[in-house]
Design a protein around this ligand. Structure first.
Ligand SMILES: Cc1ncc(COP(=O)(O)O)c(C=O)c1O
Length: 296
């Protein structure tokens, strides 16, 4: 079932400092970001009208751009304000926000020293998932053919559009095999992450997650580690080899979109969504609730 195409929706998009009607928020076909992947973005989520960890997302956006050798011409405060204004203008409470920055059309070639840097922020409604029973059944994940690149090969900690090329290929391949997502190894053959989420395992009540040294150290990942420690769980961030998968009892993935999603299978290896996953799922859903509402 196809949803309404994104370029056919209505509303307003913040574009280089002003609001433009949704259908006018365009780029030219000769845009550096389109041809050479000089584009970075964020995925944020608002719950009850408040954007969860907005400061952290904005800081990562600026840093992602610096890793691609460009500076977004707006301060973190200006970007935060833009994100909040988009939410208000669109009258959304529970929504997904997509800030995106890219090199424009001034020069077309590998060198793009004088290209203008653009920034846009769009948002669309995305209600929070309210069926924990269904969610706790877990998703099935396949193994990806491609690996996350060596940080010596690509700026692997940038949320750069180009790095998603292998994620899309991997997710498509997994979906063709009936899986919901794909687990990617890193260039050393270690367990890394899924195509849009980080991964955690549980063994004998201890939480294990790969060191975030070759992939995005997700804001949700960091939040969940804090929540787990607050609960008194031991969390081991370490190298995890795929051969270890059979030894784990529980598995879950984390991300702004995925929140905390239990995993029931990775390519034939089964897991039981269990008490640790359930606790962290509930703690995360409580954590994202707007602080103003929680205090009221
Ligand atoms: C490849 C990848 N890894 C991990 C994550 C999780 O990051 P976050 O928790 O900041 O959304 C995402 C989502 O943005 C992602 O796309």
């Amino acid at each position: 079932m196809a949803s309404e195409p994104f370029d056919k929706r209505s509303g307003w998009i913040w574009y280089d400092g002003a609001f433009v009607p949704w259908s006018d928020a365009k780029v030219h076909v000769l845009t550096h970001g389109l041809h050479y992947g000089s584009c970075v973005f964020e995925g944020e989520r608002a719950y009850g009208g408040e954007i969860f960890k907005l400061d952290e997302h904005t800081a990562r956006l600026k840093e992602s751009a610096r890793l691609l050798d460009f500076e977004i011409p707006f301060s973190e405060d200006e970007i935060n304000a833009a994100c909040r204004e988009v939410l208000v203008r669109q009258k959304f409470k529970d929504a997904y926000l997509r800030p995106v920055a890219w090199r424009g059309s001034d020069m077309m070639g590998v060198s793009a020293q004088n290209n203008q840097i653009h920034l846009a922020v769009a948002a669309w409604e995305w209600p929070s998932y309210f069926d924990p029973a269904q969610r706790l059944k877990g998703i099935r994940i396949g193994m990806a053919k491609y690996r996350r690149p060596d940080p010596a090969t690509a700026p692997s900690t940038s949320k750069a559009a180009g790095l998603y090329m292998i994620c899309t290929i991997s997710k498509h391949a997994a979906e063709r095999e009936g899986y919901a997502d794909a687990l990617m190894l890193d260039w050393r053959g270690r367990v890394a992450e899924c195509t849009g989420a980080n991964i955690f395992f549980v063994k004998d009540g201890v939480i294990h997650t790969p060191d975030a040294d070759a992939f995005l150290n997700g804001i949700t990942r960091q939040t969940v580690i804090q929540l787990a420690k607050r609960r008194g769980y031991e969390v081991q961030e370490r190298a995890i080899m795929p051969e270890e998968l059979p030894s784990f009892d529980e598995c879950f993935i984390t991300g702004t979109a995925a929140e905390v999603t239990p995993v029931s299978e990775i390519a034939g290896q089964h897991f039981q969504p269990g008490p640790v996953t359930k606790t962290l799922f509930e703690d995360y859903m409580a954590e994202v609730q707007p602080k103003k509402a929680a205090a009221a």
